[in-house]
Structure formats: C-alpha cells, structure tokens
Write a protein that binds this ligand. Structure first.
Ligand code: AMP
Ligand code: ZN
Length: 110
C-alpha cells in the first residue's frame, strides 16, 4: 500500500513517535502549527474519518485520552481536528486526527 502514514506506523519511514498501542499510532507533525502538534492515526488504512467505524474512532479518542490524561496539555487544553476532503485542505489520505496545544490557540475557520 503506497500510503505515507501506513509506512510511518510500520516503521518504513521515520517519525517522532509519542504513543502507540495495538490499534493506534501517534507522532509529531513535521510542520507543527502549534507548540504541540501530534497526529493520531488508526492502524486500519482508510481515506478519511468517514471510513472509520465508531469502534475505531473510539479507539483513537481513547488513545488521545491516554496520552493527555494527567498531563499539562490536559489541564491547559487542546484541540482535535480531522480534515476531510478538498474544502478542508486534506493532504494525506489516511485518516488522521491533529492534536494541537501547548499554547493559547487562535480561532479557526471563517
Ligand atoms: P492534513 O492537511 O489534515 O491532511 O494533514 C496532513 C499533515 O501531515 C500535515 O500537517 C503535514 O505537516 C503532516 N505530514 C506530512 N508528512 C509528514 C511526515 N512525513 N511526518 C509527519 N507529519 C507529516
Ligand atoms: Zn494508510
């Protein structure tokens, strides 16, 4: 499968891993948009969030909870974003969830 994020979680392309469990992998975004910018992906390849089952989405959000729980980022706050399709500017077509924080975030969208 010629997919950048599949290659990343399989270790074929290097990344700065911050979290991994049986189903989910998380790593630093290469072009951070906030002091903390992590990408959480499910290991099941699917183009965007609509291809993930509710169980898969729950596993991703459980991983985000596991990674943030009890940490400074949980206390100070963070944002989860998933871009889907051209209007949202999606550039990598393996479903992923941006976790942004580590500083006061501005507004988003129009
Ligand atoms: P999106 O625009 O929502 O599809 O987000 C894709 C994200 O993947 C962007 O924020 C990129 O900076 C990030 N990205 C692209 N290639 C890599 C890579 N090799 N390692 C880490 N993050 C990447
Ligand atoms: Zn993939």
């Amino acid at each position: 499968m010629d997919c950048l994020f599949c290659k990343i979680f399989q270790g074929q392309i290097p990344s700065k891993k911050v979290y991994e469990d049986e189903n989910v992998f998380a790593f630093e975004d290469i072009h951070p948009l906030a002091k903390t910018h992590i990408l959480f992906i499910h290991k099941k390849h699917t183009t965007n969030v609509n291809g993930l089952s509710t169980i898969h989405v729950g596993q991703v959000f459980t991983a985000i909870k596991n990674w943030t729980s009890g940490q400074k980022i949980e206390k100070e706050g963070f944002r989860v974003v998933t871009n889907t399709g051209p209007d949202a500017g999606q550039t990598v077509f393996h479903a992923h969830f941006h976790v942004l924080g580590g500083e006061k975030l501005g507004g988003f969208g129009k």
